[in-house]
Write a protein that binds this ligand. Structure first.
Ligand SMILES: [Zn+2]
Length: 410
């Protein structure tokens, strides 16, 4: 009798312990699917009648616009979105750049989009998928710039090496499939990426019929994903973001950088909205200053040589990667090299321009319904998602504001 009683008590203790473990365990971690639609302007929902995405916004929260980091380009901003750090701090200061601390002949090693796959030391900071994994939860990515780079020596549990040819429908199917896995292998954070609206926006411009069609296609796909997420056995928060907007550019306002008389003592990276100019290993400060005045004299109002205060304002101080001299301009102008850019749309410009405004929409159990947030920096996405997922360990970010939190159900 005595033994039986003890046995029963032990059983009760065991069951209670198991229940408590489950409550505190990974089962209670919320789910987030974050999709990036490259180059999806903050106003495309209205401009190109994205009805389904508009409905999702109405059932959740939407920022008037999301402000990208400077420069408003794809790689710096996808890495800012996923680390909460400014480009100068996560290291990807443009879609391509040189690094004076990495000598290569009489020039320097050059980063270009996707180079993190072969050498993850180009990147600093902790991407959100690693933060999730380090909190003991599985993460998955179906493309996101640099999501196949071994940052912090780690990768998401599930990921793909980037291929622009990967079928769009398969990406959606895979996301739904991941969320249908048994709990032990199911990711709680999934990132996805679609480039279509950027590709078409570059080619035809933000106001073109073709761009309307690209928006319609993405609207259908996101609507389908949303519907399929509602049918799953687990509640999922869907977050739709973009990296930047898109502006019309004009052939007549293009500036051929090869005609600005930059001498051979310099390495030049032409980036459309900026030109980054680096002194070679033997180039003196005097030569750099001389080139600055030469370029300022030739500008004639078409572009500006960025001053130190302007560079501080956009968090692009002189580092080994940002260039000893940086030129910038405003749309519809555009820097080109010998191989001219032949599109009608571009981005990369001043991040506070309305044309550069990006999209932020989120719906699901964590978010309030039918709420509009004021313009929000994309640096807020990382700490915001950490709140949504109730993560214990969260590193410091450059965010500094709390707009995202206004959209959360407490
Ligand atoms: Zn682009």
């Amino acid at each position: 009798m005595k033994t039986k009683g003890l046995w029963a008590a032990l059983c009760v203790m065991f069951i209670t312990g198991a229940v408590q473990a489950e409550e505190a365990g990974p089962n209670q971690t919320p789910y987030v699917v974050m999709i990036s639609l490259d180059g999806f302007r903050h106003d495309y929902v209205e401009k190109h009648q994205a009805k389904r995405i508009g409905e999702i916004a109405k059932s959740g929260v939407r920022a008037e616009k999301m402000i990208p980091a400077y420069p408003s380009n794809t790689f710096p901003n996808h890495i800012s979105l996923i680390t909460g750090l400014l480009p100068v701090n996560h290291g990807i200061v443009n879609n391509a750049f040189y690094d004076k601390s990495r000598p290569a002949g009489d020039s320097y090693a050059r980063y270009s989009m996707g180079k993190g796959y072969g050498d993850s030391t180009w990147l600093s900071g902790m991407p959100f998928w690693n933060l999730v994994e380090f909190n003991g939860i599985k993460a998955a990515t179906y493309f996101w710039p640099e999501s196949d780079a071994r940052i912090n020596g780690n990768l998401p549990s599930y990921h793909f090496h980037y291929s622009k040819y990967a079928d769009y429908q398969n990406r959606v199917n895979q996301i739904v499939e991941w969320l249908s896995l048994p709990e032990v292998s199911r990711p709680h954070f999934i990132a996805g990426y679609f480039s279509l609206t950027d590709t078409i926006g570059h080619k035809y411009g933000p106001n073109a019929r073709e761009t309307y069609e690209a928006v319609q296609r993405m609207d259908g796909l996101i609507g389908q994903l949303y519907d399929r997420l509602q049918k799953l056995s687990v509640p999922v928060n869907l977050v739709i973001v973009s990296d930047h907007g898109m502006a019309e550019i004009n052939d007549d306002a293009k500036i051929d950088v090869t005609k600005l008389g930059i001498p051979d003592d310099f390495v030049v990276e032409i980036r459309g909205a900026q030109t980054l100019i680096y002194g070679k290993p033997d180039t003196t400060k005097k030569q750099i200053d001389a080139l600055k005045s030469q370029l300022a004299n030739k500008a004639d109002g078409r572009y500006t040589v960025m001053s130190d205060s302007r560079r501080d304002e956009v968090s692009m101080p002189v580092t080994s990667r940002t260039g000893d001299i940086m030129l910038e301009l405003l749309p519809p102008a555009y820097f080109v090299g010998a191989k001219a850019h032949d599109g009608h749309g571009a981005h990369g410009f001043d991040n506070t321009l309305d044309d550069m405004g990006a999209t932020f929409i989120a719906a699901g159990p964590a978010f309030k319904k039918g709420m509009t947030l004021p313009p929000m920096k994309n640096l807020e996405v990382f700490p915001g998602l950490a709140k949504v997922m109730k993560l214990e360990y969260v590193p410091q970010t450059d965010s500094g504001s709390k707009t995202f939190e206004q959209g959360l159900i407490k």
